[in-house]
Design a protein around this ligand. Structure first.
Ligand code: FPP
Length: 249
């Protein structure tokens, strides 16, 4: 992974700390070309590689990718098993390079439902890269935002029943510490490809103040120039977090 010389990112002080991407449009990309849906996933993996390279080179701290939602199990069996295999192959072939580039691999979601082989590869990759101080690459796998919130509420109840948490102590910060993204900064920028304009149960709590960028580009065509456009758009946004625009003195 070398620094991208040709593409200059926007002002580093205006970069998001945490970018989260809903990678959508693989199936349509393939259909447009008369290819099976899985061909879109395969080329989509090249876009994943491009994002990791760019975010690493440009100093973005966190990249979270919606790789498999808790609803994606409804897809045809063959497609689900292709996606799981792709995940395993990606980890197996890429982990060494990720490690060399100080990327820390992380995963969120109800991981115990993943096929054993994929889970094993995931755990191996996480263990190898655990101490890295570069980009934190988080794969959301069998992830659902509502599930994440329900799981956190269950943890709060369990703590309360052991006398370790009082209702009056449960504020937003404490609740966030029980979510699977604990320790990560809130999402600054959500990108969704393929022209769909919804969050689809992705990081519902964590995107409360995120800027959202929608693009008609299908995921397999979303590469560094397209990411740069999204980052430039983000850099122009005025983030107010509920406040009003800055007043002149
Ligand atoms: C959505 O497009 C895409 C997915 C559900 C899977 C995303 C997976 C990859 C990009 C490849 C594997 C990634 C990793 C990290 C190993 P869609 O199939 O819903 O597209 P459509 O809406 O056009 O049908």
């Amino acid at each position: 992974m070398v620094a991208q010389n040709k593409i200059v990112p926007p002002d580093p002080s205006r970069l998001p700390r945490h970018v989260a991407i809903i990678m959508d449009g693989n199936g349509r990309w393939a259909r447009k070309r008369g290819l099976p849906r899985v061909a879109g996933h395969k080329v989509g993996l090249e876009s994943v590689r491009a994002m990791v390279k760019a975010c690493s080179a440009w100093g973005i701290g966190h990249l979270t990718l919606y790789a498999f939602s808790s609803e994606n199990w409804r897809r045809p069996k063959d497609e689900v098993s292709f996606l799981m295999q792709l995940l395993r192959l990606y980890l197996r072939s890429e982990v060494k390079e990720l490690h060399e580039n100080r990327v820390r691999l992380n995963a969120i979601g109800r991981l115990d439902a993943l096929p054993a082989a994929a889970l094993k590869e995931l755990e191996r990759s996480q263990a190898l890269t655990a101490k890295n101080d570069g980009l934190v690459l988080t794969l959301a796998l069998n992830y659902g935002g509502r599930q994440d919130i329900v799981d956190a509420a269950r943890k709060a109840l369990a703590l309360a029943s052991k006398g370790k948490l009082k209702a009056s102590e449960l504020d937003e910060e404490r609740f966030a510490s029980l979510l699977c993204t604990h320790g990560m900064p809130e999402v600054d920028l959500v990108i969704r490809t393929s022209g769909e304009m919804r969050l689809s149960n992705f990081l519902l709590w964590q995107t409360a103040y995120a800027e959202v960028y929608f693009t008609p580009t299908y995921w397999p065509d979303f590469r560094q120039p397209q990411l740069l456009e999204a980052l430039k758009d983000f850099a122009r946004r005025e983030r107010r977090f509920g406040d009003i625009a800055p007043r002149s003195a």
